[in-house]
Design a protein around this ligand. Structure first.
Ligand SMILES: CC(C)(COP(=O)(O)OP(=O)(O)OC[C@H]1O[C@@H](n2cnc3c(N)ncnc32)[C@H](O)[C@@H]1OP(=O)(O)O)[C@@H](O)C(=O)NCCC(=O)NCCS
Length: 154
């Protein structure tokens, strides 16, 4: 398994994983914009030539707005969602993000549990946020600055 930044060269792989895991959340044009914009970081996990997990977001000032996290259905509950999200958070920290935020459907138990396991905290509710009328939970995570001193041994 290796982790790489998503680039425009990965368009077809992203479309395929989006289709398999989210039923096609974004159109080809939306994916092209995501992959071309340096303020929209994306990370992918690859098993040989197959993209098996991806996460992406938008950098707005010092905030990372996470827009998508997806793992291939047959690869779930193996820690890949956590791994790819951690890679995205690390990338965003490198680019100066100090907080990460997202909206998640209140009934998406897997995603809510994944985000909570990474330390995201509930910060509010957007009622009727999704097209089907489902409410969205708003979650936030503080990202320590990259130059925070790590505890030393001497
Ligand atoms: C949400 C999703 C990304 C999780 O990916 P994953 O690789 O299965 O998650 P992980 O294996 O890294 O799980 C990390 C933690 O999240 C929680 N979790 C993940 N899936 C869970 C589930 N189905 N039920 C309960 N908790 C779950 C657990 O705490 C888990 O830790 P554990 O396995 O040690 O108990 C995946 O289910 C998915 O792609 N869903 C469809 C797309 C989606 O809804 N994306 C979010 C909105 S864009």
């Amino acid at each position: 398994m290796n982790v790489r930044n998503l680039t425009p060269a990965h368009l077809q792989a992203c479309l395929a994983l989006d289709q398999a895991s989210l039923g096609g959340l974004w159109t080809t044009a939306q994916w092209q914009s995501e992959l071309a914009d340096p303020r929209r970081p994306g990370m992918g996990l690859w098993q040989a030539d197959n993209l098996v997990a991806m996460a992406s977001g938008w950098l707005v000032l010092d905030e990372l707005h996470i827009t998508l996290v997806a793992v291939a259905p047959e690869q779930r509950r193996r820690g890949l969602g956590r791994q790819v999200l951690e890679a995205l958070l690390a990338e965003a920290r490198q680019q100066g993000a100090r907080h990460a935020t997202l909206e998640v459907g209140v009934t998406n138990a897997a995603a809510v549990a994944l985000y909570r396991s990474l330390g995201f905290q509930d910060a509010g509710l957007r009622r009727g946020y999704y097209r089907n009328g489902e409410d969205a939970l708003i979650q936030w995570l503080r990202l320590p600055p990259i130059n925070d001193a790590e505890p030393g041994c001497g």
